[in-house]
Design a protein around this ligand. Structure first.
Ligand code: PLP
Length: 450
C-alpha cells in the first residue's frame, strides 16, 4: 500500500510527469503541489491531500450524482467480485448485464428497447455511429455514410466522436485524420438573443433549420445520422431553445436520417427525468449513456436503440455475427452490479424529483450573480448551470487557472473551460449546499476581477 499513500513518492512522480494527465496543462499542474492531489471523498465533498475540503460542483466530471463513498455501492462491488468478477461477453453473458439492459430499456423513452454496452461515453458514441452506418447498409442504403454533428458539441475522443464533435481545440491537432464525410450544423446558442435566459430560451428553434441546408447540400441519400447532446454540456451548458429538438426530429424523420441523442451527461436524472429526451418530449432513434449510470465509480457506457434498429440487424443476411463490434469489457459484471445498485438508490431516493426541486434554487442562485461585472451570461436547466465571463483581452492571463486555484482556497472545486464555469452539483446536494456553493463562487469571481 505504500505507493498508494506515500506523499513524497506521489510528489516526486508528479514532478517527473509520470502520470500524463488527460485534458490537463500538465506543466502547469505538476508544479502546484498537494492542493491539486485528491486524497479522499465523501458525499458531495473531496478532501485534498493538503487537508482542504472542497464542494464537488460538477459531480466529478458530471458522473457522481449520488456523491462519494456510498457503502452500499462498495458492498455491491465486493459481492460481485466474490461471485463473478469477469466473464467474456462475446457468445455468452450473465444476469447482471442482461437484467441491467432490460432495466435501462424500461427507463428509456418508449420505442427504445435494446442496449449495447460499452465502457465510456466515447465508446458509446463510436458504437452508435457504427450502428447508424450498419443500419442503413443492412437496409440497402449503403450510400448513407455521412455523419452530422454540431458546432461546440462534445462526443468524446474516439475518432468518430472527435470527428462529429465541434470543440475547436479538441480537433486542431488531428484535423488531417477526421472520419471522412462528417459535417456540422451550427450550435443553438446566440448570445445576442438568449443571454441570461432561465431554462430553455424562447428564441432559436429555427436554428435547427440549418440541418435542412446540409441535407440540401449533401443530399439526404448520403446522410446516416445526426448526433447532438440535448443540452451541450462540456462546451458550457448550451440549452436547446423551445421547439429546437422537435424540429431536428422532424427534419431527420422527413429525410430518413437517424437522430442520436448523446445523453452521456444528461442521462439518469440530470434533467429531472430519466433521460433528457423525456424532459424535452423528443424521442431519438438512439441514446448514448455513460457516467451517472455507475455514479462514476466504475466505467460503463452504452447505446439504447429502437426495436427497428435492433430488428434490422437481427434480420440481416449474416446469422453468425450481426454486428462485428464490441469491447472486452462490454457489460462488465462489476459495472453492471454497481449500476443496479446506483439505480436502486436513485429510485429509493427519488432523485428525479430531487433534481426538479433543486432546479429552481440553482436557477435563482446562479442568476443572482448577474450583478458581477465580469459576468457575460448565465444559463441553467435541470441540475446544470454555467457562468460565462467576459473574455479577457490579455489571453495569456490564464484566468482559468486562477479561478480554479481560488476556488480550491474558497472550498469549491471548479470546472473552468475557456471563459465558462460549469456546474452540475450532486443530486444529493441540499439547498443550503447549493446556496453555499454560489456564495463561494461569487467570492472567487470577485477576487479574480481584481
Ligand atoms: N459524450 C458527452 C456528451 C460527454 O459529455 C462526454 C464526456 O464528458 C463523452 C461523450 C465522452 O465520455 P468519456 O469521457 O466517458 O469517454
Amino acid at each position: 500500500m505504500t505507493t498508494l499513500t506515500n506523499e513524497s513518492l506521489c510528489a516526486l512522480a508528479m514532478s517527473e510527469g509520470r502520470n500524463w494527465m488527460p485534458f490537463t496543462a500538465n506543466r502547469l499542474v505538476n508544479g502546484r503541489g498537494d492542493h491539486r492531489v485528491v486524497a479522499s471523498a465523501k458525499g458531495p465533498y473531496y478532501t485534498m491531500a493538503d487537508g482542504k475540503t472542497v464542494f464537488d460542483t460538477l459531480s466529478g466530471l458530471w458522473c457522481t450524482p449520488l456523491g462519494h463513498g456510498n457503502p452500499r455501492i462498495a458492498d455491491a462491488l465486493r459481492q460481485q467480485a466474490e461471485t463473478l468478477d469477469f466473464a467474456p461477453g462475446f457468445q455468452m453473458t450473465h444476469a447482471p448485464a442482461v437484467t441491467l439492459a432490460a432495466r435501462i430499456a424500461k427507463m428509456a423513452p418508449e420505442g427504445l428497447e435494446h442496449v449495447f454496452f460499452a465502457n465510456s461515453g466515447s465508446e458509446a458514441v463510436d458504437t452508435a455511429l457504427k450502428i447508424a452506418i450498419g443500419f442503413h447498409k443492412l437496409k440497402g442504403e449503403g450510400g448513407r455514410f455521412r455523419l452530422i454533428g454540431r458546432e461546440r458539441g462534445y462526443h468524446g475522443v474516439g475518432f468518430g466522436g472527435m470527428s462529429v464533435g465541434g470543440i475547436v481545440p479538441n480537433r486542431k491537432m488531428f484535423a488531417t485524420v477526421m472520419v471522412p464525410g462528417v459535417d456540422h450544423i451550427r450550435h443553438p446558442y446566440d448570445h445576442a438573443h438568449v443571454a441570461f435566459s432561465k431554462g430553455q430560451p424562447e428564441w432559436g428553434a429555427h436554428l435547427a433549420d440549418h440541418l435542412e441546408r446540409l441535407v440540401a447540400l449533401h443530399d439526404a441519400s448520403t446522410i446516416a445520422a445526426v448526433i447532438v447532446e440535448p443540452v451541450q454540456g462540456s462546451t458550457g451548458v448550451l440549452v436547446p431553445p423551445v421547439g429546437y429538438l422537435q424540429k431536428l426530429r422532424e427534419i431527420c424523420t422527413k429525410h430518413g436520417i437517424l437522430l442520436i441523442f448523446d445523453e452521456v451527461i444528461t442521462g439518469f436524472g440530470r434533467m429531472g427525468e430519466n433521460f433528457a429526451s423525456q424532459r424535452f418530449g423528443v424521442t431519438p432513434d438512439m441514446i448514448t449513456f455513460a457516467k451517472a449510470v455507475t455514479n462514476g465509480i466504475i466505467p460503463m457506457g452504452g447505446v439504447i436503440v429502437t426495436s427497428e434498429i435492433y430488428k434490422t440487424f437481427m434480420n440481416g443476411p449474416d446469422a453468425a455475427i450481426e454486428f462485428a463490434h464490441g469491447y472486452t469489457y462490454s457489460g462488465h459484471p462489476m459495472a453492471a452490479a454497481v449500476a443496479h445498485t446506483v439505480l436502486d438508490i436513485m429510485e429509493e431516493k427519488g432523485t428525479n424529483a430531487a433534481v426538479r426541486a433543486l432546479e429552481p434554487i440553482l436557477e435563482e442562485e446562479v442568476h443572482a450573480l448577474q450583478d458581477l461585472k465580469s459576468v457575460k451570461d448565465l444559463r441553467n436547466i435541470g441540475l446544470t448551470a454555467a457562468i460565462e465571463l467576459n473574455p479577457l483581452s490579455d489571453k495569456s492571463a490564464l484566468r482559468s487557472v486562477q479561478l480554479f486555484e481560488r476556488g480550491l482556497e474558497e472550498g469549491v472545486l471548479l470546472r473552468v473551460t475557456g471563459d465558462t464555469i460549469s456546474f452540475g452539483p450532486p443530486f444529493i446536494s441540499t439547498p443550503d449546499q447549493i446556496r453555499g456553493m454560489t456564495a463561494q463562487v461569487r467570492k472567487v469571481i470577485i477576487s479574480c476581477e481584481k
